[in-house]
Ligand binder design. Structure first.
Ligand code: PGA
Length: 254
């Protein structure tokens, strides 16, 4: 498998400083064995980016991800963090369009298109989140809904830029609920998204893009989900807050 296989942690707004330090210590106290195409991304809150970077610096195959970046390049936007700032401190990835950002902070597909462009202009690799609500899943229109999220936020990008994107499919009904999509449901959506990408950018690009699954991934189910042919790892919330669990998730990468 040539595509990058990624175990991405999404700590969300959790952990105090000392807890973050001890989680990172526990994660890295034993060497982790990576295949050449495997990677860990640590999606930590802004105040802990420097801390996570100091661990990542000493570990190959480990990168740091911010959980958001601003829609504007720089200037009078109190409280915001720009893509340029993140890049300048050595952050590699930025998680954009998480369903919590869409739901609680009003991020639309159009706003996300702006954020993605700025992230790419500043040398960050977006982990672009998409996914449907339970209502949409029950209406059977999830494929079109999620493909439209990609279309409206990503499909204006050049092929050169698009190839830097990582996609994370996260059905909202599976986030933090303990109710994961079945491996078949994940595979079905991932294959569908890959075909939508192929229609826009061609097979070669589609086959090169890593598509992560997110939503109640944990040590016990990671291997089965990541084992699906179109699933290239996961974006992991709750289970990334415990070193043992997250190490098991990493071990589930193919
Ligand atoms: P969860 O969250 O693993 O806790 O379901 C995943 C996410 O929201 O990225």
């Amino acid at each position: 498998m040539n595509r990058k296989q990624i175990a991405a942690a999404n700590w969300k707004m959790n952990l105090k400083w000392a807890q973050a330090e001890s989680l990172l210590n526990d994660l890295f106290k034993q060497p982790i064995h990576f295949s050449p195409n495997q990677q860990v991304a640590l999606g930590v809150p802004f105040p802990y980016l420097s801390m996570a970077l100091s661990y990542a610096k000493n570990h190959s195959h480990v990168e740091v991800a911010a959980q958001n970046s601003a829609q504007y390049a720089s200037g009078a936007y109190t409280g915001e963090t720009s893509a340029e700032m993140l890049q300048s401190m050595g952050v590699h990835y930025v998680i954009l369009g998480h369903s919590e950002r869409r739901e609680y902070f009003g991020e639309t597909n159009a706003v996300l298109a702006e954020k993605v462009k700025l992230a790419l202009q500043n040398g960050l690799a977006p982990i672009f989140c998409c996914g449907e609500s339970l209502t949409i899943r029950e209406s059977g229109t999830q494929n079109e809904y999620v493909a439209n999220q990609l279309k409206e936020s990503l499909f204006d990008l050049s092929e050169f830029d698009f190839k830097k994107i990582v996609i994370a499919y996260e059905p909202i009904w599976a986030i933090g609920t303990g109710k994961t999509a079945t491996a078949e449901q994940a595979q079905e959506m991932h294959a569908y998204l890959r075909s939508a990408i192929a229609a826009q950018y061609g097979e070669e690009v589609a086959n090169s893009i890593s598509i992560l699954y997110g939503g109640s991934v944990k040590g016990a189910n990671a291997k089965e989900i990541f084992g699906q042919p179109d699933v290239d790892g996961g974006l992991v919330g709750g289970a990334s807050l415990k070193a043992d669990e997250f190490l098991q998730v990493i071990a589930g990468l193919k």
